[in-house]
Design a protein around this ligand. Structure first.
Ligand code: ADP
Ligand code: MG
Length: 557
C-alpha cells in the first residue's frame, strides 16, 4: 500500500498533525520493530497501529478486549475507505462471511480479533494462512495477572507471535514499571521491544496567548524583545508571510518568508539559512517545519490562530528542543475563528468529520480563552494531569475573572432580536445604542435591547463576543457573511439555568498605540480617506470589519 504517513494522516484519518509521540511510534511500527508504547487514555493510540497497517503489505491483526470498541473502530475505518473487519462472537453470519471474502481476496488491511478467538485451535492455522504482517495488541496491560483487567486469553498472544514470526506492537495507558515488565515477559518473551513512554509536557517552553490588538505591532514587539535569537512566525496565509517578513525586515530584523508556493530551490535555500545562521527569523506557513531540525530555536510566534490544538502543539514544539528556555506567543481574534470555522464548513469532509474538526477547534479556542494554567489545560486535552506549571502567561499573571452571565445574556438576546443575521460590530452597535445608519435603516434603534449594553465600552464587548465564540456559545455562519448564530450550548445561559465566567481582557489601551495615521504622509491623506470610505461601505455590505490595504500596510479600524 503506497503512501506517506503525513498524507495518510490527512487523507484517510482527517487529522492535520500528529499528536505528541504518534509520529515516532508510527515510524517504528511501520518499520517492523517490536514496539511497546505507553500513552495516556485519549492520547491517540489506535492511530499508531491503524496507520502502519496501511503502510505495510498484508494484514494487521488487532487484538482488543472489548467487542464494542472493535466494532466502533471497524465502522470508522470503513467510513474512511479502509478495508477492515472483525471476527467476534457478536458477528452475524453475513458479517463473518464478508470478512472471509475480503481476507481470501487479499483486500483486508485490518482484522480485529477478540482474544477468546485465539483459544480456538483453528484460529492459529487460519492466521498463518492469511499473510499477517503485524500484530497489534491494544490495552496490552490485560496480559498482567495482577491488574484488574486481566484477560487469560491475552496470554496466548506470545504464542501467536512466535507462530507467525511477525513484529508485534503493544499499547497501553498503564505506565507502572511492574505492568511494563510483565508485558515484556508475556508478549515479547523477555526481549525488550523499542519502548515509548513520553510525557507530553515540554516544561521549558513558555506558553502565551494574546487577543489580536494590532497583530503586526504585537509580533514586532515580541521579536524585538528577542533580538539576536532564532525564531519562527507562523502565518495563516502565504501572502501574509511575505508582508510580515518585509515589515520585520524594515523593523531591523533578519527575516525571510517561506511557504509552499515558493520554488523548491528557494525553499531549500531558506531551510539551509535557517539551519546555519544564528539570528534568522523565518515567517512561514505550516509548510515550514518538516525539514527543520534545529535544536536551538528560541521562540515561535503565531500571527494567526493555528488549525487545531494538535497543530498548535506540533508548531510550538519546534522551539527549545535543546531543553533550554524557549518562548511562544499565539495571537487570535474573531477573524481567525470565522476563518477556521468556514474552512471546516466549506471543506468536502463528511458531516461527522466536520463535527470532529469543530470539536478540535473548540479545544484550541478553549485553550486560547483558558482561565487558569495554560499548560494544565493543554495537557488535560492530551490525557495528562498537571495542576499549575509556573511557566505560562496565566501563571505569570492570573487573569481577572468576572461573572459574565448578564453581559452574555444581553448579547445573546441582541443577536436573536436582530434575527441572527448580523456580525459582531452591528450587534455591539445595538448594545451600545449607537444609532448608525444601518441601525436606523433596519429599525434596530426601536428594539428593547437597543442600548442595554451602554455600561461597557466597545473593546470590552469585543472581548466578550470573542470569548462567546471561543466558548462556542455563538458561531459565525459562513453562508451569511459570518452573521452570528446562537448554538445549543447557549440555550441554558439564555434561560438563566447556567452562568458564564469570563476573563477581562488586558489589552493595551488604544490611546497608547501610535495612531495609524502616522504611517501615512500628508499628501497621501486624501487618497486614504477616500479608500477608507469605500472600504467601509463594502464592509458594511459584507458585514466584515473594515480594513484598508495601504502602502502594503493593513490598517484595521
Ligand atoms: P487512546 O486509545 O489512546 O485512548 P484513541 O486512539 O481512542 O486514544 O484516540 C482518542 C481521540 O483522539 C480519538 O477521537 C481520535 O480520533 C483522536 N485523535 C487521534 N489522533 C489524532 C490526531 N493526530 N489529531 C487529532 N485527533 C486525533
Ligand atoms: Mg484506545
Amino acid at each position: 500500500m503506497p503512501g506517506h504517513p503525513a498524507t495518510l494522516l490527512r487523507d484517510v484519518f482527517g487529522f492535520d498533525a500528529f499528536r505528541p509521540g504518534q509520529e515516532e511510534i508510527v515510524e517504528a511500527v511501520s518499520g517492523g520493530e517490536n514496539v511497546l508504547a505507553i500513552m495516556p487514555t485519549g492520547g491517540g493510540k489506535s492511530l499508531c497501529y491503524q496507520l502502519p497497517a496501511l503502510l505495510r503489505d498484508g494484514v494487521t491483526v488487532v487484538i482488543s478486549p472489548l467487542i464494542a470498541l472493535m466494532r466502533d473502530q471497524v465502522r470508522a475505518l470503513r467510513a474512511a475507505g479502509v478495508e477492515a473487519g472483525a471476527l467476534t462472537s457478536g458477528n452475524t453470519e453475513e458479517e463473518t462471511a464478508a470478512v472471509w471474502d475480503a481476507l481470501s481476496e487479499g483486500r483486508l488491511k485490518l482484522l480485529y480479533i477478540a482474544p477468546e478467538r485465539l483459544a480456538a485451535g483453528s484460529a492459529m492455522g487460519m492466521l498463518r494462512r492469511i499473510g499477517v504482517s503485524l500484530i497489534a495488541v491494544d490495552e496490552a496491560h490485560c496480559v498482567s495477572q495482577w491488574g484488574h483487567d486481566f484477560r487469560p486469553d491475552y496470554l496466548r498472544i506470545g504464542e501467536l507471535r512466535r507462530a507467525l514470526g511477525v513484529p508485534l506492537a503493544a499499547f497501553t495507558a498503564t505506565a507502572d514499571a511492574e505492568t511494563r515488565d510483565e508485558i515484556v515477559q508475556k508478549l515479547f518473551d523477555g526481549t525488550p521491544p523499542v519502548s515509548f513512554l513520553h510525557g507530553f509536557d515540554r516544561p521549558n517552553i513558555h506558553l502565551a496567548f494574546a487577543p489580536k490588538d494590532g497583530p503586526r505591532r504585537q509580533i514586532m514587539e515580541f521579536a524585538s524583545a528577542r533580538k539576536g535569537q532564532c525564531g519562527i512566525v507562523y502565518c495563516g496565509t502565504r501572502a501574509k508571510t511575505e508582508t510580515l517578513a518585509r515589515a520585520l525586515g524594515e523593523g531591523g530584523h533578519n527575516a525571510v518568508a517561506y511557504h509552499g508556493g515558493m520554488e523548491p530551490d528557494a525553499r531549500r535555500h531558506v531551510e539551509h539559512r535557517f539551519n546555519t545562521e544564528d539570528e534568522l527569523i523565518v515567517v512561514a506557513t505550516v509548510a515550514f517545519g518538516m525539514g527543520v531540525d534545529k535544536p536551538d530555536i528560541r521562540w515561535v510566534a503565531h500571527a494567526d490562530l493555528p488549525k487545531s490544538i494538535e497543530a498548535y502543539y506540533q508548531e510550538i514544539g519546534r522551539a527549545g528542543r535543546d531543553g533550554a528556555p524557549a518562548e511562544t506567543l499565539t495571537l487570535f481574534g474573531p477573524d481567525d475563528i470565522r476563518l477556521r470555522r468556514s474552512q471546516i464548513d466549506e471543506g468536502l469532509a463528511p458531516p461527522e468529520r466536520r463535527m470532529a474538526d469543530h470539536a478540535r477547534l473548540n479545544a484550541l479556542l478553549g485553550l486560547a480563552e483558558a482561565q487558569q494554567c495554560r499548560r494544565a489545560t493543554l495537557l488535560q486535552y492530551f490525557g495528562e494531569t498537571e495542576t499549575v506549571c509556573g511557566n505560562c502567561d496565566l501563571c505569570d499573571t492570573p487573569p481577572q475573572l468576572f461573572d459574565g452571565t448578564e453581559a452574555v445574556r444581553k448579547a445573546l438576546s441582541a443577536i436573536l432580536r436582530t434575527g441572527e443575521y448580523f456580525g459582531t460590530q452591528h450587534v455591539i452597535d445595538v448594545l451600545l445604542g449607537n444609532p448608525t445608519e444601518k441601525i436606523r435603516a433596519r429599525g434596530h434603534d426601536g428594539l428593547p435591547t437597543f442600548g442595554v449594553g451602554r455600561d461597557l465600552p466597545r473593546p470590552e464587548w469585543q472581548g466578550i463576543f470573542r470569548q462567546m465564540m471561543g466558548l462556542d456559545l455563538v458561531r459565525p455562519d459562513p453562508e451569511r457573511h459570518g452573521a452570528l448564530r446562537m448554538t445549543e450550548a447557549a440555550r441554558p445561559v439564555l434561560r438563566g439555568e447556567e452562568g458564564v465566567t469570563l476573563r477581562r481582557d488586558t489589552l493595551k489601551s488604544k490611546s497608547r498605540r501610535p495612531a495609524p495615521r502616522a504611517l501615512v504622509s500628508d499628501e497621501d491623506a486624501p487618497l486614504l480617506s477616500a479608500l477608507k470610505a469605500k472600504r467601509r461601505a463594502l464592509a458594511e455590505a459584507a458585514n466584515v470589519p473594515p480594513y484598508i490595504v495601504f502602502n502594503d500596510r493593513t490598517l484595521i479600524e
